[in-house]
Design a protein around this ligand. Structure first.
Ligand SMILES: [Zn+2]
Length: 236
């Protein structure tokens, strides 16, 4: 992902000073990419590998919401603006057992996230907390809709990694072991932490709920699932 206005995007996108640590003079020099009206430049590629059916899905929705940048991500540019700026949606869904759950997420997740944003009553100034609530609830709601609509058998599931790009922030959320990584020059910066069955906290959570992790070509829940969380997979 990159913004058209790459010369100015680096400082405003990738530094996160709080309002207490940036002077007014400095603040006037920080541009909000979201207010520039430029679109994002993006690309994607998928490789099917050895499987007969592609079980993964990618979804990109530039400008999937128009909101005040300060409300979705604590805009660091001055002066504050009431102008609406685009928020961009990027997601990868790594399906397993079939493609149905990944395809459902591809069609539905961005709509659910936008609906949850509008319904959530957490003050928009508390944008960190608001995104935590919204993304957790969006994943849970997609999971419930898949069950309610009998989208797939109980053995079919998908990971999800969602990235929301506002003018001033990158917000990421993941379920399972798909990753978001920020590449900046020669640096690679992880933006998500895999949820794997042999992670200490995840192993404890699985066992507390009566599950077991069996090592069968790596750590797997009941010897099957190689990630500790997924959308779908109601058998687990
Ligand atoms: Zn901004």
């Amino acid at each position: 992902m990159a913004d058209d206005d790459t010369n100015s995007s680096t400082s405003s996108l990738f530094s996160f000073p709080s309002s207490t640590t940036i002077s007014a003079a400095e603040n006037n020099n920080v541009r909000c990419v979201g207010r520039s009206g430029n679109c994002v430049t993006w690309g994607c590629t998928s490789v099917i590998g050895l499987r007969k059916e592609m079980e993964d899905a990618v979804k990109v929705v530039p400008g999937f919401m128009m909101r005040r940048c300060n409300h979705v991500g604590g805009c660091i540019a001055a002066p504050p603006s009431d102008a609406l700026a685009p928020v961009h949606f990027f997601a990868v869904y790594d399906g397993h057992g079939g493609a149905q759950v990944a395809k459902f997420c591809e069609l539905r997740m961005h709509e659910v996230v936008a609906e949850e944003w509008d319904q959530e009553t957490v003050a928009e100034d508390e944008w960190h907390h608001k995104w935590e609530v919204i993304l957790a609830r969006s994943f849970e709601r997609a999971d419930n809709e898949i069950l309610t609509n009998a989208v797939a058998s109980e053995m079919v599931g998908s990971t999800a990694v969602v990235v929301l790009l506002s003018g001033c922030q990158i917000i990421t959320s993941n379920c399972g072991d798909s990753r978001a990584v920020l590449c900046r020059g020669t640096e690679t910066i992880p933006l998500s932490i895999d949820q794997k069955p042999d992670r200490e906290d995840e192993l404890a959570r699985i066992e507390d709920q009566g599950g077991h992790v069996i090592y069968w070509n790596g750590a797997r829940v009941f010897g099957v699932l190689s990630m500790s969380r997924a959308i779908g997979n109601f058998f687990f």
